[in-house]
Design a protein around this ligand. Sequence first.
Ligand SMILES: O=C(O)CCC(=O)C(=O)O
Length: 253
Amino acid sequence: MTISEPAHPDRAPHTLAERAEHDGYFLVEGLIPDGECSLFVERLQEFAATARALPEGLSLHREPMVETNGPQLPKGHDIRKIGGLIHDDLFRKLITRKEIIDRMRDIVGEPIRLFRADALMKPAQVGSEKGVHQDSPYWPIEPMSLWSCWIPFDDATLDNGCLMVVKGSHRKGPMPHVSTQNDYVIPTDRYDGDDLVAVPMKRGTGIFFHSLLIHGSAANTSGTPRRAVTMSYLGPHHRYVGTKQAPEYPTVS
Ligand SMILES: O=C(O)CCC(=O)C(=O)O
């Protein structure tokens, strides 16, 4: 397993914690071996096609383009998101995997609780873009400093909707967001599009990132799906500030 070298060696942060603080993200190559990526994909496709019983707590969300007026697609090829992966035995092992939890512990402290674990599927041709946003403005958690680990199970490319990030943007604090038809995004006049850097990744690579990092992903215009998991974690200092009864976030370390 190797951690990718930073793009600016002249002022390179030395430790993982320094890099995390400076850039708001870092990559870990080879986090999940190829063979395991295939197992995760198989499980996700079974759920998406309802070929496997959905454990209680798991939810399927259809691709909005298809939902409204899109083409008829084969079963399982119209799902954008599978929520609640903590309720699946295979994914629970991924969520609590040592290689991920050890890094999260260094950043958010301990005990670590899981905020969310969802699959983000971008079906071939119809997978829509995820507009440019920060995660924290979506979430009723303070302080706004959760960390996530996003892992593609297919190579994430420029054509199929790899992540795009603005390096170091988490240090500027929360940005205003506006609702669009199917999304919640930062208005385009509030950031410079030229600062967005595409982050193509081999499958099984993990990107760890701060919940204020500006990021998004383009539509999948390729002929193959891009399937990924995103897992977000809370440290001991994070608290629920929403208006409902505070959810029980499962402790994972
Ligand atoms: O999977 C994607 O395309 C977007 C991921 C994302 O926005 C997230 O994990 O917060």
